[in-house]
Design a protein around this ligand. Structure first.
Ligand SMILES: Nc1ncnc2c1ncn2[C@@H]1O[C@H](COP(=O)(O)OP(=O)(O)OP(=O)(O)O)[C@@H](O)[C@H]1O
Length: 632
């Protein structure tokens, strides 16, 4: 992502999403297990970021940890010397050695506390100021929206966005584990000076590590396996508790049903996760049991040897001191490794997201062509086919047609026939699976996405409800002019919103959204704000209205259509702009130059209204049905 650029090219290639939107490309099982090399590279990046962001703290942490390793040896050697010197009656040496041990103990206590605090500070700063910000920025900068409609992407985003702290924590835990291992090595070396047999404790020290990792893998697996249930219960909870859906749920009396389904999904997720936690705890206990057995046997061996004249009393003290340190070192190494391993739950999706974003960037690299200043030929669809991830049939199937420059094109068809999908492809929110869109002969894919979008205005069917001040809600349609009140006022007029704006307490400056201390709008009023937003750009080459009046009453609908037809003609005159109007209501689109009739993704008829009526085909049937329904 953004500033983290050291990706492993092999891994990137392996993880890059497939070129098309196939189900396989989004199969969670297909997620790569990133190589150790990749994890190391990420570690180096995090170290670099820490050094850059908090150099003093990073240095202090590394120094305290190095000191912690050194004091293990100093403490044990001083204590052995003190005991042996006292036994031999060398009081001066004994006192000096005891003092050395005391100082070393004090340093141990200070470094333990200080290390933890410094680590916490570094993690907070790096995760909040760098990682979180770069994750949000990179996700927001993706061109299309397929990632926003992909469960796989969303799952990973949810995991990563809330847990960048774990990534940095995991890295520093790994560093602590390395220092713990160094401490362990020093401790074993000292034990070796008492008896080489004590080196066997290394094997026993590895047991807790190994068993702990097994447990962590079980926990990790359970979380992945239950991610869907977890998402489902969250969705059901939202359905019942959010104002929009909550109304329906209450009127329908579906609350109980939703609550029991939510409980079942929650129960399934929690049960599986708890089972895995219990298994992990059992593995941990087993590991420590094995270590304790080895430790007790080793200590018994030292005491036996000293009792039989091999070694001094100081050796026993050294063995006990070091063995205690050994326990601490193992604990540091185990907990560091466990935390670092647990962080893989976030690191793996994080690397997956980086690969995804990188692949998207590479794919967008060819899109650099400028949008034309005006259209002369129009927008040609050639064999356009598109299938949503996981869908068994295409949403658009081999659609070929020219949307002539300067024309008003209506797209009609029944629910789910592919109308909105066509809009998404025209606005580069999705890439076609096959076929091509040409803008005056240039493939749309070759045009710079930002440039093309700047030449486009769209009012989407599922429009956004931005709870800002009304003027900003509208002004967001053309960000450079967000504070241009004359322009936002004109856009509101175009959307037939003047009457309701006049009734708002502070007109254009009214804050929207009751939760933010503002006012709530009706569906129709929200739709008018979306229409106004789409009217902000003065001269788009492509102007799209997707069901622009679905929430409006008949007089508003009529008013708005008349206005936008006039605007379409004006835009056509000025720059050969194409206006696309998606509508269920056939009567409203009769004035279009070209009508496209979609049926299950196929373009089944096209032509002007009169021609299609005369042909007596699908359009004529549907038109007749609607006319009869409105007449009755
Ligand atoms: N994000 C999505 N993921 C998967 N399938 C989708 C998605 N959006 C739409 N579809 C499916 O693609 C097909 C075409 O949908 P589209 O929204 O383009 O139809 P439409 O003609 O605009 O419908 P409506 O009139 O209801 O708005 C439908 O079968 C729909 O279920």
């Amino acid at each position: 992502m953004g500033r983290l650029t050291d990706s492993d090219p092999d891994d990137t290639a392996a993880a890059a999403p497939a070129e098309n939107n196939t189900a396989e490309a989004l199969d969670p099982a297909a997620e790569p297990h990133h190589s150790a090399r990749r994890h190391l590279a990420l570690g180096r990046e995090l170290l670099r970021i820490s050094v850059r962001r908090v150099p003093g703290l990073t240095l202090a942490l590394l120094l305290t940890q190095t000191a912690a390793v050194a004091v293990v040896a100093v403490t044990a050697l001083c204590l052995r010397a003190a005991v042996n010197a006292s036994a031999q009656g060398r009081a001066g040496t004994a006192v000096a050695a005891a003092l050395g041990a005391a100082v070393a103990y004090a340093v141990t206590a200070v470094t333990a506390d200080l290390g933890g605090n410094i680590k916490g500070l570094i993690i907070d700063k790096v995760s909040l100021l760098d990682l979180s910000a770069s994750v949000h920025r990179d996700i927001a900068s993706l061109d299309g929206i397929e990632h926003l409609e992909s469960g796989d992407f969303l799952d990973r985003t949810v995991i990563v966005a809330g847990s960048t702290w774990s990534i940095v924590n995991g890295f520093w835990a790994a560093v602590m584990a390395v220092f713990g291992a160094a401490q362990l090595a020093v401790a074993l070396l000292l034990l070796g000076t008492v008896s080489p047999w004590l080196l066997a404790l290394l094997g026993f020290a590895a047991a807790p590590l190994w068993f702990d990792q097994r447990g962590q893998r079980a926990v990790s697996r359970a979380e992945t396996d239950t991610a869907e249930s977890y998402r489902l219960q969250q969705h059901l909870f939202d359905l019942a508790t959010q104002a929009g859906t909550g109304k329906e749920v209450r009127v329908a009396g579906a609350g109980e049903q939703l609550a029991s389904r939510q409980a079942a999904a929650w129960d399934h997720a929690v049960r599986a996760r708890t089972r895995a936690q219990v298994t992990a705890s059992l593995w941990t206990v087993t590991g420590w049991f094995v270590f304790s057995l080895g430790f007790t046997a080793g200590l018994a061996a030292v005491i036996y040897r000293v009792a039989h004249g091999h070694g001094s009393a100081g050796d026993i003290v050294l063995a006990i001191t070091v063995a205690v340190t050994l326990l601490q070192s193992v604990q540091t190494t185990v907990s560091g490794t466990t935390t670092a391993t647990a962080a893989r739950r976030v690191v793996e999706p994080y690397l997956w997201l980086r690969d995804y974003i990188e692949a998207e960037r590479v794919r967008a690299e060819g899109s650099t062509g400028p949008a034309p200043a005006a259209l002369t030929r129009g927008i040609a669809l050639e064999g356009l086919t598109f299938r949503y991830p996981g869908a068994d049939r295409p949403a658009l199937d081999d659609v070929s047609i020219l949307l002539p420059a300067g024309s008003v094109v209506a797209v009609v068809g029944e629910y789910g026939s592919g109308k909105t999908t066509l809009v998404k492809l025209l606005t580069k929110l999705y890439r076609p699976e096959s076929g091509v869109i040409r803008v005056d002969g240039t493939p749309l894919a070759a045009l710079d996405t930002v440039g093309w979008r700047a030449a486009t205005s769209v009012a989407f069917q599922d429009f956004g409800r931005y709870r800002t001040r009304l003027a900003e809600t509208v002004g967001l349609g053309d960000v450079p002019y967000i504070d241009d009140r004359a322009r936002t006022a004109a856009a509101l007029t175009a959307a037939d919103a003047d009457t309701f704006v006049a009734r708002l307490p502070e007109g254009q400056e009214t804050q929207l959204g009751r939760a933010l201390g503002g006012v709530d709008l009706s569906e129709g009023q929200w739709q008018k704000t979306a229409l106004a937003r789409a009217s902000m750009r003065p001269g788009p080459l492509l102007f799209v209205l997707d069901e622009p009046t679905a929430s409006l009453d008949a007089p508003s609908e009529q008013e708005i259509f008349l206005h936008y037809m006039a605007r379409a003609r004006e835009l056509a005159e000025r720059a050969g702009a194409v206006t696309v109007i998606v509508s269920h209501r056939f009567s409203t689109v009769a004035g279009a130059d070209l009508i496209l009739v979609l049926d299950k993704g196929k373009l089944v008829e096209h032509g002007p209204h009169a021609e299609l009526l005369a042909a007596g085909g699908r359009y004529a049937d549907l038109y007749g049905l609607q006319a009869a329904a409105y007449a009755s």
